[in-house]
Design a protein around this ligand. Structure first.
Ligand code: SF4
Ligand code: SF4
Length: 305
């Protein structure tokens, strides 16, 4: 049993804005949401299965403020670390921001993760993020800002805003899934990083569980990350599938670059891939996946220094 189980919890796909880079929303697909009582049952089941951290994400969770407060209180009672990922739409003014942050804090929220990028900030003023961060500081709620960027200098001014205001932020690479698939990609050159990935699992509003919260159902050629649905399996069974999967374990420990070398992709090509794109090249190709699945118990396992 793994006592460090954690999961992204997709309570709803609904969002109040429409970012051009969104990996969570799909155009033309109706929004889905878990019923509150069902979500409570799942959190109880997660607690019994030793899940120790839940991150409410996918759409904008705080559209459903009362439901999320309810679920955060339950996590707190169950000893589960809780995080909410939010675009900060509710922090238009300092008093309003204080009100929401204090409610989250009183309910037992462990951490607020604020999303920030040139795509988010077309819809939400950057001052909202500042207000929210100041409120977190005031009420003692841990927070950080996830600064999504394509690493072009277009984002320098936004980053300067975060720096000038001494906000706690971490740059995160733009993922070219969902709506972002059509965005221009600048060429990247890395220096053969291991590309290890710790693969946070995701529960979707349809109760499907995936091994990766970022790609989820995006590897449509192979459905590589799909673990099963909660209507057919228990939380514990789905986590066991995730934890025992030999290729998921190699993504975490061996890393994607070494796996790519193993199947014969030249190093000169590997250094041109972003991490998730290399992952797609390996595991969203039926041919590559078949090779890796048959090698995983033999040659691939011993491919180490
Ligand atoms: S705020 Fe998040 S969920 Fe909403 S559209 Fe933007 S990226 Fe998607
Ligand atoms: S590298 Fe693969 S497993 Fe990790 S976040 Fe990207 S798509 Fe998911």
């Amino acid at each position: 049993m793994n006592y460090h189980r954690k999961t992204a919890f997709g309570y709803s796909t609904q969002c109040n804005i429409k970012c051009d880079h969104c990996v969570a929303a799909e155009d033309g697909i109706e929004h889905r949401k878990i019923e509150l009582n069902r979500a409570r049952e799942i959190i109880d089941e997660m607690a019994a299965a030793h899940v120790r951290a839940v991150s409410f994400t996918v759409g904008e969770p705080l559209i459903f403020l009362n439901d999320i407060l309810n679920l955060v209180r339950l996590c707190h009672r169950q000893g589960i670390y809780s995080r909410v990922v939010s675009n900060g739409f509710w922090a238009k003014t300092s008093p309003h921001s204080d009100e929401i942050v204090s409610e989250l804090k009183i309910s037992g929220l462990s951490q607020l993760r604020l999303s920030f990028s040139r795509w988010h900030q077309r819809h939400i003023k950057r001052e909202n993020i500042l207000n929210a961060a100041v409120s977190c500081h005031k009420f003692g709620l841990e927070y950080f800002i996830s600064f999504v960027t394509d690493f072009s200098d277009t984002d320098d001014a936004l980053e300067r805003f975060l720096n000038d205001n001494r906000l706690k932020f971490f740059p995160e690479p733009l993922l070219y899934f969902g709506r972002a698939e059509g965005l221009n990609r600048s060429q990247v050159f890395t220096d053969y990083p291991p590309h290890l990935c710790d693969m946070n699992p995701l529960l979707s509003p349809e109760l499907d569980m995936y091994a990766c919260c970022d790609a989820g159902n995006r590897f449509s050629e192979t459905n590589f990350f799909f673990l099963g649905n909660l209507k057919e399996f228990t939380v514990n069974e789905l986590f066991e599938k995730y934890e025992r999967h030999p290729l998921f374990n190699l993504i975490k420990t061996m890393g994607l670059s070494n796996i790519a070398s193993f199947i014969g992709i030249n190093a000169s090509e590997i250094v041109r891939y972003r991490k998730c794109e290399l992952c797609a090249k390996l595991f969203n190709s039926p041919e590559n996946l078949k090779r890796l699945e048959s090698a995983v118990q033999s040659d691939l396992k011993s491919w180490k220094r």
